[in-house]
Design a protein around this ligand. Structure first.
Ligand code: HEM
Length: 274
């Protein structure tokens, strides 16, 4: 295998492209996939019920028919609120349990290997938004890690926003236990945190589920794997890390075979006719 080298993927031959398309790399483990879709399911319940709770004709956050639909479905506003915070507590419990259980083994290594921003990421952040506006089209984007700089930023928003919701939600649900000043801070914190995540989710879902180039990323959120071709074209630094891992593994196997052969020489093959 040739030595890792960054460069454009566009001049790769068709034969090599075919080989890369068939080869798969694991990107997400099962725990990540399950946590992600559990989170999506919980958001699908929490966001509409949350909007229904704060909706009043004066604010106009949701149409009157939606407010009535939710109140009728749950048998009144009090039940709607109870449902919202019960699901909220379940969401907090499962997420905290998952993160704390695998904090040292998964969460910290994930944050270090996949979330830290480097010089290439800063350059990407300066260029990509302009390219999305139709400017600097001919400028090549710097190679990216397993997640591009936009995805890394989004993860910070998700983590901070989730913490904001996890702190403010219980304060709002268990009002009587807290002094007024804490409740006054909790409410805006809840709103800002939800708003930040939802703003990011709109782009995230568009990129993940609708944007044709990212189709493989979407399916990787079910099967865990992407093709080497996708990795090479969109996450080049990660691709070369994977290639390096394979080369290291091959060298190790070769060393093991050599030392095993040295320690235990193969018996000479029997001569025919013996
Ligand atoms: C239907 C809605 C959603 C879809 C279709 C979706 C799709 C995806 C896809 C395709 C990826 C993999 C990206 C890649 O490997 O390059 C991903 C990762 C991620 N998503 Fe979503 N997502 C959705 C909702 C959400 C929500 C609501 C949140 C958080 C509030 C979220 C947070 C994340 C995070 C933090 C990651 C990266 C961490 C990981 O790999 O587990 N997503 N999502």
């Amino acid at each position: 295998m040739s030595k890792p080298r960054m460069g454009s993927y566009k001049n790769i031959s068709i034969v090599e492209r075919r080989r890369l398309r068939e080869k798969k790399y694991k990107k997400h483990n099962l725990a990540n996939i399950l946590t992600h879709w559990f989170n999506v399911g919980m958001w699908a319940l929490l966001l509409p019920t949350g909007i229904a709770i704060i909706s009043s004709p004066r604010l106009g956050l949701s149409p009157v028919w939606m407010q009535e639909l939710f109140r009728n479905m749950f048998g009144g506003a009090a039940n709607l609120i109870k449902f919202h915070y019960t699901i909220g507590f379940l969401w907090i419990f499962v997420l905290l349990f998952n993160v704390l259980l695998g904090f040292r083994k998964y969460f910290v290594p994930f944050a270090i290997s996949r979330m830290l921003l480097d010089k290439d990421d800063i350059q990407w952040l300066k260029t990509k938004p302009l390219q999305m506006l139709g400017l600097m089209k001919d400028k090549t984007l710097p190679p990216q890690d397993a997640y591009n700089a936009g995805q890394k930023l989004y993860m910070y928003v998700v983590i901070l926003g989730t913490l904001g919701i996890m702190v403010s939600g219980p304060v709002m649900a268990l009002k009587t236990l807290f002094p007024p000043i804490v409740k006054q801070i909790a409410q805006p914190l809840h709103w800002v945190s939800v708003f930040a995540i939802v703003a990011g989710v709109i782009i995230h879902v568009y990129m993940g589920a609708i944007f044709p180039e990212e189709k493989e990323a979407f399916f990787s959120m079910f099967g865990g794997k992407v093709s080497a071709w996708y990795a090479r074209a969109h996450h080049e630094k990660w691709y070369w890390e994977k290639v390096q891992e394979e080369m290291d593994w091959e060298e190790e196997v070769a060393r093991e075979i050599e030392s095993a052969a040295g320690a235990d020489p193969q018996p000479a093959p029997a001569k025919s006719g013996d």
